[in-house]
Design a binder for this molecule. Structure first.
Ligand SMILES: [Zn+2]
Length: 200
């Protein structure tokens, strides 16, 4: 199987989803993970996708998408939301590494989202800097107040959409590239039970 770096947003997405299919089927190839790849990458990197994902120990992009060293530019923060430093990291990957795909990857039963749901709907208080996470995720949770069904699941999805919107409206770098079709932003939901990433 050939593992050249994808050149278009759609090829990059296809590469990710094929990797997740291998992971779920327990047919992982662990591509580009040997020391020859370390040497190949020593001078420069050319990852094909940015993953904005949760810090949760169960959500590990290189493993669940079966990708190798230098393939994914991963930005992790509990609750997978955009703040200044996160946005700067994403811009770096797009501007200096020519990445053409950004995936905001949320997941089932996210602790940061659960905490925000309990803060917003039950008035629970959190000490220290966790309050900072809660504050950032609160607008997405608030938007689901009247939605039927599972509150945490609704909030997780709303949080992904909220952050995709933030990325898509980010100026001066990301918005023009997205408008031109040179850069694509997608949302993904990682299912902890099945290992499947579903796009939405
Ligand atoms: Zn999480």
């Amino acid at each position: 199987m050939e593992f050249d770096t994808p050149q278009t947003p759609d090829d990059a997405l296809k590469r990710l989803l094929e990797g997740n299919q291998r992971f779920v089927a327990e047919e992982t190839l662990h591509p580009r993970s040997g020391f020859d790849r370390v040497r190949e990458l020593a001078a420069s990197q050319k990852p094909f996708a940015v993953l904005l994902c949760c810090a949760d120990s169960r959500v590990v992009p290189e493993i669940l998408f079966d990708q190798g060293l230098g393939d994914l530019f991963v930005v992790r923060i509990a609750g997978n939301y955009v703040e200044d430093g996160i946005l700067g990291s994403i811009e770096y990957a797009v501007q200096y590494c020519d990445v053409r795909l950004i995936m905001v990857l949320g997941h089932e039963r996210c602790g940061a989202v659960q905490a925000t749901v309990s803060a917003v709907f039950e008035g629970k208080k959190f000490a220290g800097s966790i309050a900072h996470l809660i504050e950032a995720i609160t607008p997405a949770v608030e938007s689901t107040r009247k939605h039927p069904g599972d509150q945490v699941e609704n909030a997780m999805r709303a949080n992904i959409l909220h952050n995709i919107e933030t990325i898509c409206n980010s100026e001066p770098f990301l918005k023009p590239l997205i408008s031109q079709g040179a850069l694509k932003v997608v949302g993904g939901r990682y299912d902890l039970d099945s290992g499947i990433v579903t796009l939405f």
